[in-house]
Design a protein around this ligand. Structure first.
Ligand code: ADP
Ligand code: MG
Length: 655
């Protein structure tokens, strides 16, 4: 069956359905309502002014229509409800006038606005049925309304063949109804009890399939032999002793975890989770060094060129081996040379962006792949490294602090090292919330920092749509900054649309203190590290998610200087105050979690790993844990149904 087989669905409607993300009937029947409204006749004896009501009554007078403003009208008439006369008014329904005959019954929905008066939002002919009814409400568009969506779905479900993915024995264990029953119930509820059961079952199915993927990944990883290496621990310690600072305990613990992984014959698949500024980069560098000691090549992949360049310039300070950088803007002549040397093992470590994945990049003996800011890459991309048959160890760095219990589950295919402590001597960043009208205060604070020869980031408001308007937003703000502070400060700009050379130039100038104030978009959100920058001013801060704000704030406070984050906003004070009150990323992620659910926070939506339609990682965490156990048991039972496995996305295969 196809969308076009549905009654009244033609090409136009299909386009409109596509806009809602519905491309086939499977999409359609899993386009779930986001809200259920219980409809029950209001009791006229207990009703209070201001209440929303739904009621039926007999029409007493024929409607009067009053036209105004050319196309607008308001109609009013009286109805008799249990011997009480109520005046009904409704806007712009003059076309119903002739159907509202004296003596017939009508159902009215609206608000009880004053004694014996209802302003209706909806009227329909006929009486209200006696039982209470549940109405389903979908996200609609200007072209398709909730009712139409519901009609299409209900028609489809009459002949829809629903696949049950939950194995029979689990179905029995939980007393689940069948999938088709559950789908029918959720789109056309018959009782609140059965509706609850259905939602629960559909959520469980989503979570079960997800955990099945994760657990299957874990199992298949354990089957693959890792590289066998022998590495003298003393050489690692010696290297650590050459670093300009003392590693924190958590950093040392992470290095230990990695050393143990690399020297075991199990393949490493580890996630390092740590708050902004906790010092994950150096752990990555040490890992690359350990990998090099055992004779293998290593790569470090960053989500942006700015970050790749920074890593490249940094790592060269710490070790004197053959290190190269490869990004989208590497000149083709240089690239050719790099590829040749890479193949001949004349390069030990390659730093870069997505380019490290392109088909023509062939390693001689790749032993370690590190992905910085892990959440920015999809699983597919992570999987496509060409490597002449070797299965490299894998390390991810993630700056999205997810509470440990959740991390262990949703990243269940990985081992996790957590860096909780921030390096010694760092001062807490002071965060201040300011109104737009207090811009003078903000400028004064900026001036104070400039006097101390410190540098400042200024983040421009988020443009509403395209990147080019991002540039406008940055330019407009930089003009303002020039007017206010141009005499005492050099101002530079940075935005995603600029070409890479320009970006590098600006970044280098900022690092070399030729630029004092960098006006930027969120391109500097991840990883950028300039120690002398001690203030970040974020305009229209309410437009950003808390995790983004926390990441942005992490651009300052990178050494022992006192740093400041100034949020400029007139709105959403309560949420922004969370930023004022804590510097702890794990706490902020908890709060963000509460406010926005899971998707955005983890950034996993982008990688498509967790597109739950009904389930929510936090709200349904208990169910997720059940699904985790059940899926493991199922996979271990050895008689699992290959149909279920087939639908698991094969992009999850890391080899
Ligand atoms: P993130 O975890 O956000 O990626 P970085 O790795 O960029 O953080 O580290 C932040 C800053 O802290 C860098 O300037 C780094 O050199 C410094 N740093 C890292 N570890 C230590 C340490 N143990 N002691 C002092 N400074 C450190
Ligand atoms: Mg980093």
């Amino acid at each position: 069956m196809q969308l076009s087989d549905i009654n009244k669905v033609g090409n136009k409607t299909i386009i409109n359905l596509n806009k809602l993300g519905i491309y086939n009937i499977d999409d359609l029947v899993t386009y779930y309502p986001y809200r259920f409204e219980i409809i029950k006749r209001s009791d006229m004896n207990t009703i209070k002014i201001g209440d929303k009501i739904i009621i039926d009554g007999v029409i007493e007078t024929s409607p009067n229509v009053y036209y105004y403003n050319r196309r607008k009208n308001v109609m009013s008439f009286r109805i008799n409800i249990e011997s009480r006369i109520i005046v009904i008014s409704i806007y712009n329904r003059a076309f119903l006038k002739n159907k509202l005959n004296i003596g017939s019954t009508t159902t009215v929905r609206g608000k009880y606005i004053s004694l014996n008066k209802i302003v209706a939002t909806d009227i329909s002919l006929g009486a209200l049925s006696d039982e209470s009814k549940v109405e389903v409400i979908y996200h609609e568009s200007s072209k398709i309304n909730s009712k139409e969506i519901n009609n299409y779905i209900n028609e489809t479900l009459e002949s829809y063949c629903a696949k049950d993915y939950i194995p029979e024995y689990l179905r029995k264990k939980y007393g689940f109804i069948s999938k088709i029953e559950a789908l029918k119930e959720i789109h056309k509820p018959t009782s609140s009890n059965k509706l609850k059961q259905s939602i629960n079952m559909l959520k469980y199915e989503e979570l079960f399939l997800f955990m099945l993927k994760i657990n299957r990944l874990r199992i298949s990883r354990n089957k693959v032999d890792g590289l066998k290496r022998s590495i003298d621990k003393r050489l690692v310690d010696e290297f650590i002793n050459t670093l300009p600072f003392k590693l924190t305990e958590d950093q040392l613990k992470s290095v230990d975890d990695i050393y143990n992984d690399l020297t075991s014959n199990k393949r490493m698949n580890r996630l390092i989770e740590g708050d902004v500024g906790s010092g994950k980069t150096i752990v990555a560098f040490i890992s690359l060094y350990i990998n090099h000691l055992s004779g293998y090549q290593g790569v470090l992949m960053a989500p942006t060129e700015v970050l790749a360049n920074q890593h490249y310039n940094n790592i060269k300070k710490f070790m004197n081996i053959n290190i190269e950088i490869l990004t989208g803007s590497t000149k083709s002549k240089d690239k050719k040379d790099i590829l040749k040397r890479l193949k001949n093992k004349e390069i030990d470590i390659l730093i870069g962006t997505h380019s490290l994945f392109s088909d023509d990049v062939i390693y001689n003996n790749l032993g370690l792949v590190i992905t910085d800011e892990q959440h920015r890459f999809g699983v597919n991309q992570r999987a496509s490294l060409k490597n002449k048959g070797i299965t490299p160890d894998i390390l991810y760095l993630s700056a999205t602090p997810i509470p440990r219990t959740y991390a262990l589950t949703i990243y269940g295919d990985m081992d996790i090292s957590i860096i909780n402590t921030v390096p010694n001597g760092k001062k807490e960043i002071i965060t201040i919330l300011k109104k737009n009208s207090d811009i003078k205060d903000v400028l004064t604070m900026m001036l104070e920092e400039l006097k101390k020869k410190h540098q400042i980031y200024v983040i421009a408001p988020l443009a509403e749509d395209s990147d080019s308007s991002d540039l406008e937003s940055v330019n407009a703000l930089s003009d303002k900054m020039n007017k206010a502070l141009g005499k005492v400060a050099n101002i530079g700009i940075m935005c995603g649309k600029m070409d890479t050379n320009d970006k590098d130039n600006v970044m280098n100038k900022f690092k070399n203190k030729e630029i004092d104030i960098l006006v930027s978009t969120t391109v500097i959100e991840v990883g950028v590290d300039v120690e002398n920058a001690t203030m970040i001013v974020i305009f229209d801060a309410e437009r950003f998610g808390l995790s983004t704000l926390h990441q942005l704030r992490g651009r300052v406070g990178r050494n022992t200087l006192q740093s400041y984050c100034i949020l400029v906003s007139d709105k959403d004070t309560e949420r922004l105050n969370i930023m004022v009150n804590t510097n702890n990323g794990f706490k902020i992620s908890e709060e963000d979690f509460k406010l926005r659910g899971s998707g955005d926070l983890f950034g996993v939506k982008q990688s498509g790993d967790m597109n739950f339609k009904l389930a929510n990682i936090k709200r349904d965490f208990k169910l997720l844990l059940k699904a985790k156990e059940d899926s493991l048991e199922y996979l271990n039972s050895n008689d699992y149904n290959s149909d279920i496995i087939n639908i698991l996305d094969n992009s999850y295969n890391l080899d």
